[in-house]
Design a binder for this molecule. Structure first.
Ligand SMILES: *Cc1c(COP(=O)(O)O)cnc(C)c1O
Length: 427
């Protein structure tokens, strides 16, 4: 018996609410109140005799990663820009990035007047395929930015070997993987630098924010200058009422600093991360089993992953089903069954409407001799196209509940699989 889909007027599988994200806690409120009353709302404000929340978070996040240095930034985008520039990447250089990721990976490269070159992805992990990355490296390539996408850690062994062989820099974008581990090491510590976003949807968040981690003192100092208008910490406490940041002017920067409000929220939220990651991983493993039983193929991670985290849960529909149905219609149908936003994955960057450097006058001077400098290389991404045409994803908040919630998700997938005739492609 076919049961009517919710989009066609049938009863939805579920009407109960999903766990909320982000999550307020008493500590978060208490620390925010401390900031309001302290009078010090930013690191570029007079020192009040107390260690800033920005420094407290920097210490805690560096310690969490057993990393030498952590430099908080205003956003994940800012962290990518300053990490790239700290390595000396700039005008006319090429940076290899994965073909499937958030647009910021491409726009941050363009923002420093370099050119993103797109590598194809691995069909199982959806992360950068090291073989494809190897074919993207040319005389202008200065760095590879790998992204640990959705719930996967990329093949860091192969990418580290590749960058070493070519004498270029490996940067890990961990905006979707706070707390994931590879060979027992936190992600972000395998590359020369690790970058993070703490934007509202991410697994560690303060609304908007970011950070860069590194073990290299020289890179850390450059990142500090780049994100604070060419200023850095003096290394000792200033007199009360003076500024902590000193104007060394070693490099010109921009103001890409995290405010004290944001830093305080991160100080309160970081201690919750491991437990939340554990809950998500436990529920996702249960869901993997249920969906595999229905003939679906959940995203996997690279074999040396020792701690898996979930920003989005991603799963591939059976090939024959995906060939017949309209993916947007399936996403809409699942969303209606569950009261949860089920979405298509990122559009591959060679066709992504958000990547449009030509829409900005600041890039006009780069045309001509270096024609198409900020344009993505016009290479094809067959695996990216194939995988994104049959994958659906949903946000990690849905994994913060229990096994009953996972059963609801599986029930909705089963219902939609049985109703393929209602979801056929037009024409
Ligand atoms: C979110 C995200 C970014 C950008 O971070 P913002 O804080 O939004 O600037 C960059 N890379 C990836 C992979 C992301 O998911």
């Amino acid at each position: 018996m076919e049961i009517t889909l919710a989009i066609l007027g049938g009863d939805p599988v579920r009407t109960r609410r999903w766990p909320a994200w982000p999550q307020s806690t008493p500590d978060t409120l208490a620390l925010l109140e401390q900031v309001v009353e302290s009078g010090r709302w930013a690191i570029s404000a007079p020192y009040n005799g107390v260690r800033s929340f920005e420094r407290q978070f920097s210490d805690a996040f560096a310690h969490f990663h057993q990393s030498g240095y952590c430099i908080p930034t205003a956003s994940g985008t800012a962290s990518l820009m300053v990490a790239l520039e700290a390595c000396g990447v700039g005008a006319g250089d090429e940076v290899v990035i994965p073909g499937v990721t958030w647009v910021a990976n491409a726009s941050a490269v363009a923002a420093i007047n370099a050119r993103p070159v797109l590598a194809d992805i691995d069909p199982q992990t959806m992360c950068m395929d090291p073989h494809s990355a190897a074919t993207c490296i040319g005389p202008r390539t200065k760095a590879i930015v790998v992204v640990h996408l959705y719930s996967a850690v990329a093949d860091l062994d192969a990418l580290a070997a590749l960058t070493e062989r070519h004498g270029i820099t490996l940067i890990e974008d961990c905006a979707q993987a706070h707390g994931a581990r590879y060979r027992g090491r936190p992600v972000g510590t395998v590359g020369a630098l690790g970058t993070f976003s703490m934007q509202a949807t991410k697994v560690l968040t303060c609304g908007e924010g970011g950070a860069v981690i590194t073990d290299d003192a020289v890179l850390a100092r450059r990142v500090e200058h780049l994100r604070a208008d060419g200023r850095t910490y003096a290394g000792q406490d200033p007199p009360i009422g003076a500024l902590e940041l000193v104007e060394t002017a070693e490099i010109m920067g921009h103001n890409l600093c995290l405010s004290e409000f944001q830093a305080a929220v991160l100080v309160a939220q970081l201690p919750l991360l491991d437990k939340q990651n554990e809950t998500r991983a436990r529920n996702a493993a249960a869901l993997d089993n249920l969906l595999t039983g229905l003939g679906l193929t959940p995203q996997t991670t690279s074999p040396e992953t020792t701690g898996r985290t979930y920003y989005h849960y991603a799963v591939q529909l059976p090939q024959d089903f995906a060939a017949e149905v309209d993916l947007d219609a399936v996403a809409t149908a699942l969303s209606a069954e569950l009261g949860l936003a089920v979405s298509r994955p990122y559009c591959p960057l060679n066709a992504n409407r958000l990547y449009r450097p030509a829409s900005r006058r600041r890039f006009a001077g780069l045309e001509g001799a270096a024609a198409g400098l900020t344009a993505v290389a016009p290479n094809e991404l067959p695996v990216s196209d194939l995988v994104t045409a049959r994958t659906l994803t949903f946000h990690h908040a849905a994994l913060l509940g229990n096994e009953g919630d996972m059963a609801d998700i599986a029930t909705a997938f089963a219902k939609v699989l049985e109703n393929r005739s209602a979801l056929r492609k037009a024409g």
